[in-house]
Design a protein around this ligand. Structure first.
Ligand code: NOJ
Length: 538
């Protein structure tokens, strides 16, 4: 492991680092276990920073580690200024941030402003205080409809399924766009604004380099909370404008937060988790006076199809360029099926995922890597019902998010694959025995492994002037393939068909996701593969 050299974190001014950073998502619960309870924690993550530095990422995004009853695994925060005992202590958080900085990596943490936990002191006070009390003004309480208020105040549905309202014994209803243990805050309340400014300051003062803003499109609701008029609203998420998402008012909040971030040294950033109906609507979150990045979920959702992928890439760039922002590419996260599986699973899924990595890392802008994608991990599809814990499974039984949150296999031939200290048998979700060849240990020395591919790609990307921020141009290529150039001397080829494809040789091979056959002045790209070329030297 690389030795940590402790020195003051001194980011250079105005590097605009986020424009081409590769940021690694640590889902803390499932990354590495320091204390042997089978649940990942901050000490465990800190111990693996050397691995991340060797991998070659620029920053780490840590999912919520705040005090939480874990109804939604930390996205239900009871205390925004402390660390849940299952994840460690505030001192552990500080040590992790300092060590990451010593390794030259930045640290982004989650902030969850749309809702709190029902165990947050504010919600407890609101329940206690009763209808009409000012304590209720921090949340969205309403009387019900119907003769005796027995019906919810409107027809909104929770993202996790069922009505978005829950009734208290005193007769009032409160809004929760997610689980009933995640009451929505009322962003019309100045107190809510002040509290979040103070929370952001708390963590900025502790040294974090930015925030991933959870449900950044959700804090503001349409005045009057109007009915939507249709059932099955979950199917409309991310495709239609709904009265609880992507409302104009959220942008004013992001502007205020940008001013706060800019008032700190060191180029602190905000990244929006915003499910906007169109790329144009998404681009509004990264206007110059708002957040720095917004996950490109349109790219994540694109199927393994060259024509569709090309349209999504073009639209992504065309919509963010006018506002002067880069696109933020992402293939997987803790909420979606891992892309090995989305792209078909099995050997084809792995081939495509490897090719997708080279595609993503060659595109202009920044990219997020979700823990385990560098190992080519598939979704775990056969978790027994009794171990699955995701509240979203209410909505789609058998199709929750547990399968992408299985702990990371680090070493050895059997579960728990070095996830925690020696001698600890169980992990919070069971790990498949079939992952033995996918551990970090198994892949590290194998030049053909997916881990080696990511390491090589990240090293090349960091050292290549044409990669990262900038522009791209398409080259003509056969159907089912994508070929594009960056700068004067870089070309990326992607064959998204299930057959080998012959192309004129673009230059000297730099890196490939699968063997490339050279035939005189032509090359044959394997099925479902991508390659990087030093152009102009054919
Ligand atoms: C998005 C988070 O990524 C997800 O895990 C969570 O359930 C919802 N927001 C609600 O906070």
């Amino acid at each position: 492991m690389t030795e940590v050299v402790h020195e003051a974190h001194q980011p250079k001014a105005a590097t605009r680092w986020w424009r081409d950073a590769v940021i690694y998502q640590v889902y803390v619960r499932s990354f590495a276990d320091g204390d042997g309870d089978g649940v990942g924690d901050l000490v465990g993550a800190r111990g693996r920073l050397g691995y991340l530095a060797d991998l070659g990422v620029d920053a780490v995004w840590l999912t919520p580690f705040y005090t939480s009853p874990m109804a939604d695994f930390g996205y239900d925060v009871a205390d925004y200024r402390d660390v849940d005992p299952v994840f460690g202590t505030l001192a552990d958080a500080r040590a992790l941030i300092d060590d990451a900085h010593a390794y030259g990596m930045r640290v982004i943490i989650d902030v969850v402003p749309n809702h709190t936990s029902d165990r947050h002191a504010w919600f407890a006070a609101a329940v206690q205080a009763g209808p009409g009390a000012p304590e209720r003004g921090r949340y969205i309480f309403r009387p019900g409809r119907g003769a005796s208020g027995e019906l919810p105040p409107n027809d909104w549905e929770s993202v996790f399924g069922g009505p978005a309202w829950t009734r208290l014994p005193d007769g009032e209803w409160y809004l929760h766009l997610f689980d009933h243990r995640q009451p929505d805050l009322n962003w019309d309340s100045p107190e809510v604004h002040e509290e979040f400014t103070a929370i952001l300051r708390f963590w900025l003062d502790l040294g974090v380099d930015g925030f991933r803003v959870d449900v950044a499109h959700g804090m503001v609701k349409a005045p009057g909370l109007p009915d939507i008029g249709t059932a099955g609203q979950v199917e409309l998420l991310g495709t239609a404008v709904l009265p609880y998402f992507d409302q104009e008012g959220v942008h004013e909040i992001h502007r205020g937060w940008r001013r706060l971030l800019d008032s700190y040294e060191g180029e602190r950033i905000g990244v929006a988790e915003a499910w906007a109906p169109t790329q144009e609507r998404l681009a509004r979150y990264v206007r110059p006076d708002e957040l720095h990045q917004a996950f490109n979920f349109h790219f994540l959702k694109a199927p393994w199809d060259a024509a569709v992928m090309r349209v999504v890439i073009d639209e992504s760039i065309a919509t963010v360029s006018p506002v002067g922002a880069p696109s933020t590419w992402v293939l997987s996260n803790h909420d979606v099926k891992r892309h090995v599986t989305r792209y078909g699973g099995g050997e084809a899924g792995v081939r495509r995922a490897r090719a997708a990595a080279l595609l993503m890392l060659a595109l202009p802008g920044s990219a997020y890597v979700y823990q385990g994608e560098e190992l080519g991990l598939p979704e775990v599809l056969d978790l027994p019902d009794e171990v699955c814990r995701d509240p979203q499974r209410l909505r789609a039984p058998g199709d929750g998010r547990d399968g992408c949150r299985v702990p990371i296999p680090w070493a050895h031939a059997e579960p728990p694959f070095g996830f925690g200290p020696p001698g600890v048998a169980d992990t919070w979700l069971p790990m498949p025995r079939s992952w033995a060849p996918l551990t970090v240990e198994a892949q590290a020395g194998d030049p053909g492994s997916t881990l080696s591919l990511y390491r090589a790609a990240l090293r090349l990307r960091r050292g290549h002037a044409a990669l990262g921020d900038g522009t791209m141009r398409w080259h003509g290529s056969p159907p089912g393939t994508l070929v594009f150039g960056r700068g004067e001397d870089f070309v990326c080829t992607v064959n998204m068909t299930g057959e080998p494809v012959e192309l004129p040789r673009p230059g000297d091979l730099l890196l490939a996701s699968a063997p490339v056959a050279q035939r005189g002045r032509s090359v044959v790209l394997a099925a479902d593969s991508a390659a990087w070329w030093a152009a102009g030297r054919a």
